[in-house]
Design a protein around this ligand. Structure first.
Ligand SMILES: [Zn+2]
Length: 416
């Protein structure tokens, strides 16, 4: 089986030009003593919005790796796919994120639910998980509830997995199961039984992406109770450890944090806990690389700054359309969104400082940042004009991209 390493880092790249700049951050981590492998991830939704194809991500990843002489593993993730969208990724990906979120809450056949309940009856009563002080109490109705909520979704994951085995061979890809894009978090106890069901369906998941409590808005910090997150994350780690032993799941099974990027306040907690228990982690930070492109353009000044302003102005007038698909993962406060007139008067410094995610910088504006974040469609519509501008200012843009991933993400998580 293709086995993913202990620490892996999901780097997405909407426009496909920052592969090397992102890999450079992974190389910096290695020099600092943290061994991470890069995973290029791009979802079907991103491909559709931008008009790219999965084959292009493979080319970008392979070229970046060979250009920078990276000799360790790298992967290409078909992010958030289901049976309807998997096909075009099959030849180009070796990491598949089976997304079951849409199927949670749909009810499986009664006899399947009965089977699930009877398979897990041995856990009824008090369930003790090593390392967790709290004792869980499992009642039969809990098992029914979990089965009714998740079994159908897990069976869907199984059909995607089987399709991939048929097309690619079981040993040629890494499997992730994601259920993060839902409103209700999965509790650690629910995750234990979800893992039981995944094992029963013979899905050798190596990473699992639950929905954690709190808000994981796009490109901005975590919003929620940090200490509650800490407790939940720690319990999830220990639940996974027990599930591996109990159900025979792959030994390297680890949590995947679909961070929406920039969860600065919880990164150090994650880093501390995985170190405490000697566990692996996969982190997906996708979309913010494109914000670094806009920051780079604004810093370059002249035409490039004008283009950055133009992107904001257009995004401002198309808010409903652009924000709609991301409604559950953004929170824009209208009254603190600068008007296009105001932004037009900004210089390079003011623009880049308003956008760059340095929370305590006096110019930082998270509303401005979130709107540009979802405005990548506007840049995609600029087509070659946008791409050529990035190429023209490659150096300044790349420096922003690398610094963002290394300084603000990797360093925080791995306490460098
Ligand atoms: Zn996700």
């Amino acid at each position: 089986m293709m086995k993913i390493e202990k620490y892996s880092f999901g780097i997405g790249d909407r426009f496909g030009l920052q592969g090397k700049a992102q890999l450079a951050a992974i190389i910096l981590a290695k020099k600092a003593g943290v061994s991470l492998v890069p995973v290029w991830n791009k979802s079907n939704r991103e491909h559709q919005t931008i008009g790219t194809k999965p084959s292009q991500v493979r080319v970008e990843a392979d070229n970046s790796v060979s250009d920078l002489g990276w000799t360790e593993s790298h992967y290409v993730d078909a992010d958030h796919i289901n049976l309807d969208t998997v096909e075009s990724f099959i030849d180009h990906s070796d990491f598949f994120t089976l997304d079951v979120a849409d199927f949670i809450g749909k009810k499986a056949e009664d006899n399947d639910i009965e089977k699930f309940v009877s398979q897990n009856e041995k856990f009824l009563g008090e369930l003790k998980i090593e390392g967790i002080d709290e004792t869980f109490t499992v009642q039969k109705e809990d098992l029914y509830k979990i089965g009714e909520n998740y079994l159908y979704a897990i069976k869907h994951a199984a059909s995607i997995y089987e399709h991939l085995v048929f097309k690619k061979g079981a040993e040629n890809f890494v499997t992730e199961v994601s259920m993060d894009e839902v409103d209700t978090p999965q509790t650690p106890l629910e995750m234990f039984f979800i893992l039981s069901a995944l094992a029963a369906e013979n899905i050798p998941a190596q990473t699992i992406a639950p929905k954690f409590s709190g808000r994981f808005n796009k490109g901005v910090d975590y919003v929620g109770d940090v200490s509650a997150f800490e407790k939940e994350f720690e319990q999830d780690l220990l639940v996974i450890q027990k599930a591996i032993a109990e159900f025979g799941l792959p030994e390297n099974l680890k949590l995947s944090v679909h961070s929406g990027s920039d969860k600065f306040s919880i990164y150090p907690i994650i880093g501390t806990l995985i170190k405490k228990y000697d566990k692996g982690i996969h982190v997906k930070t996708a979309g913010t690389t494109w914000l670094e492109e806009v920051i780079g353009l604004s810093m370059a000044g002249g035409d490039a700054l004008e283009m950055a302003k133009d992107i904001y102005n257009k995004a401002y007038t198309r808010q409903d359309e652009l924000c709609g698909p991301y409604a559950s993962v953004i929170d824009i406060d209208q009254k603190n969104l600068p008007s296009p007139e105001e932004v037009n008067s900004w210089d390079s410094e003011k623009f880049s400082n308003s956008l760059r995610h340095i929370p305590d910088h006096p110019d930082y504006n998270l509303n401005f940042r979130q709107l540009i974040h979802v405005g990548y469609k506007v840049a995609a519509e600029l087509g070659d004009d946008y791409m050529n501008m990035l190429k023209k200012h490659e150096e300044v843009v790349a420096a922003q991209v690398t610094e963002n991933i290394y300084d603000r993400h990797i360093k925080r998580m791995f306490h460098l």
